[in-house]
Write a protein that binds this ligand. Structure first.
Ligand SMILES: Nc1nc(=O)c(N)c(NC[C@H](O)[C@H](O)[C@H](O)COP(=O)(O)O)[nH]1
Ligand SMILES: [Zn+2]
Length: 196
């Protein structure tokens, strides 16, 4: 039985490729889905929403757009998305993102970890686990703390390896010296995922 992670990571990369290149952020893609418990191949997955950086007007992140798109379909604002996310017994909400959700944003806008954590308000289970393809490089905020913040919020996360170079190349396409940045980020990649 094959794991579905690689296929979803490749889908996140194709989503990220739709993002307009900018020197001031990363091009990222995100998928929100509902997965049946004990379904390791994701054979019964239900895709709920997708998003990519700047898909929606303004300085928007992939995860933010993913939530906003779902919220819009259910006639609520993005910050109310928790109230319309499905909460079905025997199923979990899972997010795939090409890059580690941000814990801080230079713009000061709400970071995506906060948006993910917010899905758990009102006693709702919300997002259960986040899969990402690469840690956020230090370009904008230095050492990223997204996954530590997810852990602190009781949200599981997992690094899906094998796509780092591709994800970083897409993410930094609008940057001054994308190649050097990718090389540096790959160099700074921790050898032991547990050190992430
Ligand atoms: N996970 C993630 N998804 C995105 O869609 C995106 N653009 C980033 N990027 C993280 C980076 O840290 C911020 O883009 C900079 O900190 C600038 O902040 P703004 O984006 O202007 O709020 N990270
Ligand atoms: Zn973000």
């Amino acid at each position: 039985n094959t794991s579905p992670h690689s296929a979803y990571m490749q889908k996140c990369i194709s989503l990220a490729e739709q993002s307009p290149p900018r020197p001031t952020n990363f091009r990222v893609g995100a998928i929100l889905l509902s997965r049946k418990d004990n379904d390791p191949t994701g054979s019964d997955d239900k895709i709920l929403s997708t998003g990519y950086t700047m898909e929606l007007a303004g300085n928007t992140h992939a995860e933010q757009c993913c939530f906003a798109n779902f919220a819009a379909v259910h006639n609520v604002a993005e910050d109310e998305v928790a109230s319309v996310l499905p909460a079905e017994p025997g199923r979990k909400l899972i997010m795939y993102v090409s890059m580690e959700p941000c814990g801080k944003r230079l713009s000061g806008n709400a970071p995506c970890v906060q948006r993910i954590t917010r899905t758990r308000t009102g006693g709702r289970e919300g997002i259960y686990k986040v899969y990402f393809g690469v840690k956020e490089p230090g370009t904008f905020v230095g050492a990223s703390e997204g996954c530590q913040m997810l852990t602190a919020a009781g949200i599981e996360w997992e690094h899906v390896s094998g796509f780092e170079k591709e994800i970083l190349t897409v993410a930094t396409a609008g940057h001054e010296n994308s190649e050097a940045e990718v090389r540096a980020a790959l160099g700074e990649r921790v050898t032991n995922v547990d050190d992430i």
